[in-house]
Ligand binder design. Structure first.
Ligand code: ARG
Length: 391
């Protein structure tokens, strides 16, 4: 076991050395384009925003045609109809998940297999949504629930994307974010007389300055619900220029479209949409001490009765030797479910997996669940990145 570990460390070092030599040009290019610091807007971003932290919007996706999207299930991405050409088989789109830096080595990518473009969409009618099915699921992907009622169609929203940081500007390497207030349909209509109240929702400041922009299309506009969880209220759709005074951004109004989206997702397959199974996540990182134990708590509320017989447990653990790890799910009543044992020979990195657990013996689903990770050997370490429970 220990020998395997040393072997793997040496092999890793050799691979890293080769990688460094071949990457020289790339690194030099990056060095000249120094990223802004995490904590301050040096230049205007999204338009008028700042850099998002890694893991802050874990369901966020970049699409290779130059749009944003959000994980709807672990195999479906919700984006804008105007980002795709039509409905049918499509293997030409690459989705990038799990990183704020599109060039990060830890990005997760998938090719598309199928695209469904809302057949009712037109600029005159609105309904700017599409679903992209990925060739395979992203195990443990964090999904973003869609608003199913207008309850959250007001207040302050978060917007994010890799699109232009100024009108006419370049696409971004790092995910940018900003906050914008709701704009009433009446005010929005004075900027856009044909704006479709009821299926479109507007957001921005009267004085402009902060907005989504070209390349942000298809990405989500979100806010927190009453329990503090993100809920998707909009899909980036259009605007006159970007961040101009009195021209807010216009978003597809998800609360009016979510039933149609859910129905189509059901037809496409590719996982349970949030809402068909309620999803609870903890995206805080928890360091796994060497030869120690750590737990990531997941608060579950509003699930009636017992836990299901097919509870989905999405796990994203970053670790340099996964054979060292023993993983259990602990129910609120203390019942433990073993998800994975240690196995000394398994020297691969990371546990990115969705486990299905028969948890029907847990009489009350509501309460705090824990993902407990034990590291049973020395040397290698890591952290719990995300845990998602789908009921
Ligand atoms: N349609 C644009 C795109 O394709 C996004 C427009 C958003 N514009 C705005 N001012 N909010 O990326």
């Amino acid at each position: 076991m220990i020998e395997g570990k040393w072997y793997s460390r040496l092999r890793r070092a050799a691979v890293a050395a080769v990688g460094a030599a071949t990457l020289t040009t790339g690194l030099a290019a990056q060095a000249t384009a120094a990223p802004p610091p995490d904590d301050g807007p040096l230049t205007p971003q999204v338009v008028g925003g700042t850099r998002a932290a890694q893991g802050e919007f874990p369901w966020m996706v970049r699409l290779s045609m130059g749009c944003g999207g959000a994980m709807y299930t672990d195999q479906l991405v919700l984006t804008a109809a105007h980002c795709v050409n039509g409905t049918g088989d499509n293997t030409g789109i690459t989705a990038t998940y799990g990183v704020v830096d599109l060039q990060s080595g830890s990005r997760v990518t998938r090719q598309s297999s199928y695209v469904y473009r809302n057949p009712g969409y037109s600029t005159a009618a609105g309904g700017d949504w599409a679903l992209i099915k990925l060739a395979s699921p992203i195990p443990g992907a964090v999904t973003l629930p869609t608003a199913t009622t207008p309850a959250h169609d007001s207040g302050t929203f978060a917007i994010m994307g890799w699109g232009a940081a100024t009108e006419g500007g370049a696409q971004q390497r790092y995910l940018l974010k900003a906050q914008v207030p709701f704009i009433s349909d009446a005010d929005c209509r004075s900027a856009y007389p044909s704006m479709k109240a009821g299926v479109e929702i507007c957001a921005g400041f009267p004085q402009g300055g902060t907005d989504t922009c070209q390349g942000d299309s298809g990405g989500p506009m979100v806010r927190r619900d009453g329990s503090g969880n993100w809920v998707q209220v909009g899909i980036v759709s259009y605007g006159r220029g970007c961040a101009r005074p009195n021209y807010p951004g216009v978003y597809a109004q998800v609360s009016a479209l979510s039933a149609a989206i859910a129905a189509q997702a059901d037809v496409l397959g590719g996982g349970t949409p949030p809402g068909g199974g309620e999803t609870f996540s903890n995206t805080t990182d928890y360091a796994i001490p060497d030869r120690g134990v750590v737990s990531s708590p997941v608060a579950v509320s509003g699930v009636a009765g017992a836990a299901p017989s097919a509870l989905k447990v999405g796990v994203d653990i970053r670790h340099t030797y996964r054979g060292d790890l023993v993983i259990d799910l602990i129910a609120p009543n203390g019942t433990a479910f073993r998800l994975k044992n240690s196995s000394g020979g398994d020297s691969a990195d990371n546990v990115i997996e969705t486990y299905t657990v028969n948890a029907s013996a847990v009489p009350v689903a509501t309460g705090t669940w824990h993902l407990r990770v034990q590291d049973v050997a020395t040397i290698d370490t890591g952290y719990i990145s995300n845990v998602t429970l789908t009921f």
